[in-house]
Ligand binder design. Structure first.
Ligand SMILES: [Zn+2]
Ligand SMILES: [Zn+2]
Length: 138
């Protein structure tokens, strides 16, 4: 299906095509640090369909486990994570786009959880945590 999205400030916009069945969570510690959160949710988008306006800031992260470098793209103004891909010139074969920036995010439900060995112990128990429909009143 067609997807499109933008960072928080709108400086970077992306579009492409993605299969919701391929939505995945990554619980690795690099993703925890890179998001400042418990896990990352991403969807692969083929380079043939991936389009972007705006110029992201880039950070080359070598993953501790595999030793493979991954290029992490985020907005240099607002800091929103945009995608990761293989380092190299020009269009790459595939982009792992961050589901949270997509306008169609409701339709991308995770189908797989990777690096579960480093998942935070509470991620499977969120249903038991008291909920507020909006911001808590202190
Ligand atoms: Zn931005
Ligand atoms: Zn990860």
């Amino acid at each position: 299906m067609k997807i499109d999205g933008a960072c928080s400030c709108g400086a970077i916009r992306i579009e492409g095509e993605a299969d919701p069945e391929k939505t995945q969570i990554c619980h690795c510690t690099d993703c925890q640090t890179g998001t400042g959160s418990a896990f990352r949710v991403s969807i692969p988008v083929s380079g043939a369909t991936f389009r972007m306006t705006g110029q992201p800031a880039l950070f080359l992260k070598t993953t501790a486990e595999s030793g493979n470098p991954r290029l992490q793209a985020f907005c240099g103004t607002c800091g929103s994570p945009i995608y990761s891909t293989t380092p190299g010139e020009g269009q790459q074969a595939s982009y792992m786009v961050r589901v949270g920036i997509l306008r169609q995010r409701d339709q991308f439900v995770p189908r797989r959880q990777n690096w579960f060995r480093s998942a935070r112990s509470w991620v499977l128990n969120l249903d038991a945590v008291p909920k507020n429909e909006k911001q808590a009143l202190a």
